[in-house]
Design a protein around this ligand. Structure first.
Ligand SMILES: NC(=O)c1ccc[n+]([C@@H]2O[C@H](COP(=O)([O-])OP(=O)(O)OC[C@H]3O[C@@H](n4cnc5c(N)ncnc54)[C@H](OP(=O)(O)O)[C@@H]3O)[C@@H](O)[C@H]2O)c1
Length: 328
């Protein structure tokens, strides 16, 4: 008998893919979602839905009933017009609520999704799991706090926990990189800075395999793993691969990044009081400024993690999905 699993964030990109894969592998899967109307695909695949919110302990408690393994994937990540407090409520307090409920329910395993963003900029790339924390914005700070809480539970022995830190997740089903694809397709893309900054992606199918290893391998218990693709690429390489995937020549226009950073700051100040998403914001500008490159040796050695989709193939499949969905 496979263990009963609970996945949070089932209506999201990663949580959704994880639910489908676990279901395919024969696990009884329950997804905690905020809106069942947005989870029809999961329901059709035989995933049990339960309504819950990370900020509401009672709802989490009922979601946990009868569960053996929890994959805590949900977080406030994409929305741009949210306050610092919203981020903390979901990504820090929400983690504590999940862990407390898991202990009370006596679950036997808890997998926590963190982010390579806890390291912020990697000053001497490639980094690894021991690279110091250095969150660079309030999303990363809230995720770092959430990870610290998970470590507190892990080290106290209250709960068998594994933590993973994904790189930039992409693939069919994701729309975070759609703007980038569109601007390259429309020949409107401009590189800010040299483009030699390192970025580390992870293709969704590779990541999902890694997450399940974290939830099933004994070696993963009490450990933290970076889960990314095999190697980092420069932004210039990434943009060239996207250009190829949309049959366009690689963009070549480059502008200095510092004025864009301050423009992002100004936009945030102006938009936030009105609850409007700023067109430019510092977190987005950091994409052009900060090296994020990591080794995945620990996950490869201890878990047998083996990401197989390289960026060219993965970005090509992403472009194909955008086209199929009429998005590009
Ligand atoms: N995408 C990346 O590149 C990346 C990189 C590193 C780490 N991560 C981490 O990976 C995880 C998944 O990311 P993703 O890209 O798949 O995110 P996503 O598509 O934005 O999905 C986030 C999910 O979290 C749910 N959620 C947000 N606030 C909630 C709350 N208060 N209560 C219950 N559910 C809530 C959302 O529900 P609704 O649908 O109702 O909004 C959604 O299902 C997150 O933990 C993120 O921090 C992502």
């Amino acid at each position: 008998m496979k263990p009963n699993v609970l996945v949070t964030g089932g209506t999201g990109f990663t949580g959704g893919h994880l639910c489908h894969e676990l279901k395919k592998q024969g696990y009884p899967v329950r997804a905690m979602v905020r809106d069942v109307n947005r989870a029809k695909g999961l329901e059709a695949a035989g995933v049990e839905l339960v309504v819950g919110d990370l900020r509401n302990k009672a709802s989490i408690k009922s979601a946990m009933e009868g569960i053996d393994t929890v994959y805590h994937i949900a977080a406030l990540f994409r929305p741009e017009n949210v306050t610092e407090q919203d981020m903390w409520d979901a990504n820090s307090l929400g983690v504590r609520n999940m862990l407390e409920a898991a202990v009370e329910a006596g679950v036997s395993r808890f997998v926590h999704c963190s982010t390579i963003g806890v390291h912020g900029e990697v000053l001497d790339p490639p980094g690894d799991e021991s690279t110091p924390y250095g969150p660079g914005d309030y999303y990363q700070e809230s995720k770092t706090d959430g990870e610290r809480i998970a470590i507190e539970y892990m080290e106290s022995g209250k709960l068998p926990i594994s933590i993973f830190r994904p790189g930039g997740i992409y693939g069919p089903g994701d729309t975070r990189f759609l703007k980038l694809f569109k601007s390259i397709k429309k020949k409107r893309f401009v590189m800010f800075g040299s483009g030699e900054v390192l970025y580390q992606l992870v293709y969704i199918d590779d990541l999902v395999r890694g997450i399940i290893l974290c939830g099933t391998k004994d070696e993963a218990l009490g450990n933290i793993y970076i889960l990314t693709g095999k190697k980092a690429i420069t932004l210039n390489e990434m943009v060239a691969a996207i250009a190829e995937s949309v049959d366009e020549p690689a963009p070549w226009i480059k502008l200095p990044v510092t004025p864009l950073y301050w423009a992002g700051f100004a936009c945030e100040l102006m938009c936030q009081p009105f609850g409007i998403s700023p067109p430019i914001y510092r977190r987005r500008v950091d994409f052009f400024r900060k090296d994020r490159a990591f080794k995945i040796d620990k996950a490869q050695r201890e878990l047998g993690y083996n990401p197989i989709v390289d960026e060219k193939a993965g970005l090509g499949q992403t472009a194909a999905w955008y086209k199929k969905m009429g998005l590009l």
